[in-house]
Write a protein that binds this ligand. Structure first.
Ligand code: TPP
Ligand code: MG
Length: 593
């Protein structure tokens, strides 16, 4: 029985609302006219249209919204150029297993395939990444396909793209001619764990002399259990770049992560360990960097069968939830009382921490990035949320932000697109209006999307933006120092980012001396607590953060002069190679002989 008619676009919004969608990010266009009209009416759904200044920001904010624990993000792009502007956000989502819905406008149905203005075959742009990628064929289908796209995105943890011919949304359908499947959605549960696999892992772990736990994103939420297992087995914990908030920064056996965006201890201990317990990780550098070359036993836990053995041949494979598996191991693994391996690791980690602290707590001089973090750590709320860009800020945030499981930190980890952090700040505030949110970005990355500070201001999403201004693409320049004979193309012009913030209605600060950092941060955080979007333009030195993937500290490999030059360049007089700590504990180094 029908009770009247409704517009197809309104019906589609109702389906979205039923799935809990609250916000659509984007820029209006002719091809999106019916959707915009329905959003403007706002009678039957309360879905908000959040207008951004660049569709890339729309896509990135929608994606980061899910990463920060929010509802499914939706972004819209006009047929043609608006759609193609969504690409970087959607590619990040695909590589970071993040559900998102992108709605693309297009020509009205009877104008399709005429090579008309702005018309292009849009679905192939997303064919490489989408788990759902269709064009609506007739108007009445639209609410059903919106539902299908949402369900598929969430179930398959990926990108759903729906192209909608520009006239469809205006058509009318019966009010009871559509439904959403939100109420019947059931997510996958992990498969029950095979006890024989746990026993096989226990056997290996009990016989290992130099175990490490490699804790990937699958361990998120299970920090205490992994820490307990680490203490029980006397195995230091290596984390992956995106998993720092799982552990207390102060955990004495936290070795950080391996490779470039990492810590010294992790890079050293992975070369000396004999057994790795690799939990819920897709560490993408494993094969290319030969991370596990010196490992004798590789035990892997993952809830996805497609991951088992992917990054390294697994001697023992455990399919199932990381938390459950770790708890089963806790019941069965034999406690280790005394361990020279553990002692050497703790001392090595302590040595690294002292070095970090020394840099962070300098009291005067030209501002370096380290002291900016010191001020952030001092003034950040204990449950602060961090949206981090790509560049040195990724590397230095995982070193210098003192995170705990009360924080959240998100970036573009695998696609690693610059420009992600500002949209992430917008999304963080949408998800948690009452939590303090930070956008930490290099000047190059910030320059990609800084037009959208006004979006923070307009929609009352007050974020603390910190721009690390070194007038260069530092992360790339640093790489060129190691690989090229020059650093051509990496420098750029200084810009007054505080003025850019002010021009958009935010509060701007500039700081270039260590002595002023504390005061500026205090003022910025105060203004932010009063509801203002703020920006701190931190004019920092060009000092390169220490490259830990090529440590030049060990006399077994480097001459006295090389070591001296390395220590001087990175102010690292106190750093000691791990091999020395092993030796002091009566252990041989596998690499330095
Ligand atoms: C969209 C995009 N373009 C280029 C790159 C390559 N890239 C990675 S880091 C980086 C430099 C970042 O510079 P900046 O934001 O100034 O930070 P810094 O490293 O100087 O602190 C570049 C160009 C990228 N990851 N993403
Ligand atoms: Mg820079």
């Amino acid at each position: 029985m029908t009770h009247g008619k409704t517009k197809v676009s309104t019906a589609s919004l109702k389906v979205m609302a039923d799935w809990g969608i609250e916000t659509i990010y984007g820029i209006p266009s002719g091809t999106l006219a019916p959707l915009m009209e329905a959003l403007g009416e706002q009678e039957e759904t309360n879905i908000e249209f959040l207008q951004v200044k660049h569709e890339e920001v729309a896509a990135m904010a929608a994606v980061m919204q899910w990463k920060f624990g929010g509802k499914l993000g939706v972004c819209v792009g006009s047929g043609g150029p608006g759609a193609s502007h969504l690409i970087n956000g959607l590619y990040d989502a695909a590589m970071d297993n993040t559900p998102v819905l992108a709605i693309l406008g297009s020509r009205p149905q009877r104008e399709l395939n005429l090579d008309a203005f702005q018309e292009l075959n849009q679905n192939p742009m997303f064919a490489n990444i989408a788990v759902y990628n269709r064009r609506v064929a007739y108007a009445e289908q639209l609410p059903k396909l919106i539902d299908e796209a949402i369900r598929t995105a969430i179930a398959k943890r990926g990108v759903a793209v729906l192209e909608v011919p520009g006239d469809f949304g205006f058509k009318e359908i019966d009010v009871d001619a559509f439904y959403s499947t939100a109420h019947s959605f059931r997510d996958y549960t992990s498969s029950p764990i095979n006890v024989a696999d746990i026993d096989a892992a226990v056997e290996v772990l009990n016989n290992s002399k130099r175990p490490v736990i490699y804790a990937g994103i699958g361990t998120m939420g299970h920090g205490p259990a992994v820490t307990e297992l680490s203490r029980l087995m006397k195995a230091p914990v290596i984390v992956t770049g995106k998993n720092y908030e799982t552990f207390e920064y102060d955990y004495e056996a936290l070795a950080g992560s391996t490779y470039r965006v990492g810590w010294k201890p992790a890079n050293e201990t992975i070369k000396e360990a004999d057994t790795v317990l690799f939990v819920g990780s897709n560490f993408p550098f494993a094969e290319v960097e030969n991370t596990f070359a010196n490992i004798e036993n590789f035990i892997q836990i993952d809830n996805n069968p497609a991951m088992l053995g992917k990054r390294h041949n697994a001697d023992v494979a455990i399919l199932g939830d990381a938390g459950e598996a770790v708890n089963l191991l806790l019941e069965k693994v034999a406690p280790v009382e005394e361990s020279a391996w553990w002692n050497a690791n703790l001392k090595n980690i302590q040595n690294w921490r002292e070095y970090m602290t020394k840099l962070e707590t300098k009291e005067s001089g030209d501002l370096q990035l380290y002291q900016v973090y010191n001020a952030i750590n001092k003034y950040a709320d204990e449950d602060a949320i961090y949206s981090i860009d790509v560049g040195n800020s990724t590397q230095t945030s995982i070193r210098h932000l003192h995170m705990t499981p009360k924080n959240m930190w998100r970036t573009s980890p695998l696609f690693a697109t610059m420009g992600i952090a500002l949209p992430g700040g917008i999304a963080a505030k949408k998800v948690y209006p009452n939590r303090q949110a930070w956008n930490l970005a290099g000047d190059g990355a910030f320059s990609m999307n800084y037009q959208d500070i006004v979006t923070n201001v307009r929609y009352d999403l007050p974020v603390i933006n910190v721009v690390f201004t070194n007038t260069e693409y530092g992360f790339i320049k640093n790489k060129y120092e190691d690989t090229n004979s020059n650093t051509f193309g990496t420098e750029f012009t200084d810009v007054d980012y505080a003025m850019i913030a002010k021009a958009q209605g935010a509060v701007g600060f500039t700081v270039s001396r260590i002595e002023d950092m504390d005061r500026v941060m205090a003022e910025a955080v105060k203004a932010n607590k009063e509801g203002k979007t703020v920006l701190i333009d931190a004019k920092i030195t060009k000092d390169r953060p220490i490259p830990v993937e090529t440590l030049k500290l060990d006399p077994a490999f480097y001459s006295e002069e090389e070591i001296k030059a390395y220590k001087e360049k990175y102010e690292a007089e106190e750093l000691i190679p791990f091999s020395a700590f092993l030796l002091a504990e009566g252990l041989e180094s596998k690499v330095a002989k």
